[in-house]
Every structure is written in C-alpha cells, then in structure tokens.
Design a protein around this ligand. Structure first.
Ligand SMILES: Nc1ncnc2c1ncn2[C@@H]1O[C@H](COP(=O)(O)OP(=O)(O)OP(=O)(O)O)[C@@H](O)[C@H]1O
Length: 223
C-alpha cells in the first residue's frame, strides 16, 4: 500500500500541495486531475523520489520514503510527460539498454513479450520511424521492465489516437489486477479517467474537474 500523509510542497512562498492525505491499494488505478499548474507533476515527482516534500510522510509497503529511498526506487515505475527514449535506436535496442540499467535480468524474449502485450510489434524498427502512440507504448514498456509495484504515469496518452489509448488502457487495467500494481494516472481526458480509474484525486483551486466527476459515481478525493 502507498500511504501519503499530510503532504505539503512549496516552492519558496508558493504553496503548491497543501495537506494531501490518501492511500493507494494494490490493484487500484487512481486518476489525478486538476487544472494546468495545479501540482499533478509535482506530486508525481515526489512519489517518484525525484523531489522531496516540504512536509509530510510517505511510505510504500511500510518502507519510509525518508529512510529507504534506494529500496523505494526499485519499486517505482515512472513515465514522465515527455517521451524519454533513444530515437536513433530500435525498439529492441531501447528495451535491452534500459534492461541493463535496471535491477532485473530479462531475456530478449521476455522484453519482446512485454512490448507485444501492449501491441507494440515494431521490434526491429528505429524509434524515429514510429508514431507518437508507438513511442508512448515503448516509454510505458520501459517503465515496466523492473516489475514495479507502483506505476506513475504523467499524461501517458496525450496526443495519441483512440485505438492506441484503448490498448494502453486495457493493458494497464490488466496489469493492475494481475500484478496488484498501484497506478496513479494523470490525464485531462475525463472520459479516459472515468473509464480507467477506480478513484479520482482532484487537486487545485478550480472546481471544474470535481464538478465534471460529480455524476460519475466515482469516489472523489479533493484537496
Ligand atoms: N522546480 C520548481 N520551482 C518553482 N516552481 C515550480 C517548480 N516545479 C513546478 N513549479 C510550479 O509548481 C506549479 C505546479 O506545477 P506542475 O507542473 O506540478 O503542475 P501540473 O498540474 O502538472 O500542470 P500541467 O497540467 O500543466 O502539467 C506550477 O506553478 C509550476 O510553475
């Protein structure tokens, strides 16, 4: 379980996150919504151990983010907003490169299966010949190489077609259930949030997103 308690984050006098307390259970997909600048990426950075909170505590399966950062990092998969893959390498070369950087050993066959499960078949193609949707799938596949327990996705489907979106969504739902993965997912697409997520966290001052979800039947947590 991921446990976030009384989390605050400020940049100098600018308070971005104020008193966030929530938990994420194994197998759950949590939507994270809010207007531009509300602090979604800031929260994901903190959960990915890229930055530290100003106050508050976080633990993952009873490991403290303060004292066990190295162990925590092995359990986190993070997909940033910007695609971060090697454009001149093939899909295969990217997967092998990131496998070498990870803490697990996977055969090429296993890496290829991981790509195929999310319907990314262009194994021998250089990344710079792939569509945006394919690149996003590769980014996601890379984040799963080390079998994380928590997957943090910052707008992973932005700018991609509906079919690829659905394929990614179906894959994530399967991963959450089968591997008890905890997923936090940011998106501005409320249909996608409605379809994919078990619960939704709304952050920021603008009530727009919360209002959009009022009749969705979803549990909404707002800060
Ligand atoms: N390193 C930093 N130093 C100072 N301010 C920062 C820093 N990082 C983020 N901010 C500020 O924190 C606020 C929240 O930014 P953040 O990127 O988390 O928002 P967001 O909800 O992810 O927005 P978007 O939907 O546009 O991606 C913004 O006002 C941003 O300028």
């Amino acid at each position: 379980m991921l446990n976030i308690e009384s989390l605050h984050k400020s940049f100098r006098e600018n308070v971005i996150l104020h008193n966030l307390t929530f938990t994420v259970n194994p197998g759950e997909i949590i939507g994270l919504v809010g207007e531009n600048g509300a602090g979604k990426s800031t929260l994901l950075h903190i959960l990915a151990t890229i930055s530290k909170p100003s106050e508050g505590s976080i633990s993952l399966n009873d490991l403290s983010y303060t004292t066990e950062r190295k162990k925590i990092r092995k359990l986190i998969g993070y997909v940033p907003q910007d695609i971060a893959v090697w454009e001149d390498l093939t899909v295969e070369e990217n997967m092998v490169f990131f496998e070498k950087l990870s803490w697990v050993n996977q055969t090429k066959e296993e890496l290829r299966n991981l790509c195929q499960e999310m319907k990314l078949y262009k194994w021998k193609e250089p990344v710079n010949t792939l569509s945006g949707g394919m690149k996003r799938k590769l980014n996601l596949a890379i984040s799963l190489i080390h079998h994380p327990k928590v997957l943090l996705l910052d707008e992973p489907t932005v700018g991609i077609d509906l079919k690829s979106r659905k394929e990614i969504g179906t894959y994530l739902q399967k991963q959450a259930v089968e591997n008890e993965l905890m997923i936090i997912y940011t998106s501005h697409d409320m249909d996608e949030i409605n379809e994919l997520c078990n619960r939704v966290i709304c952050i920021g001052k603008d009530p727009f997103y919360k209002d959009m979800l009022l009749n969705s039947g979803k549990e909404i947590i707002s800060f």
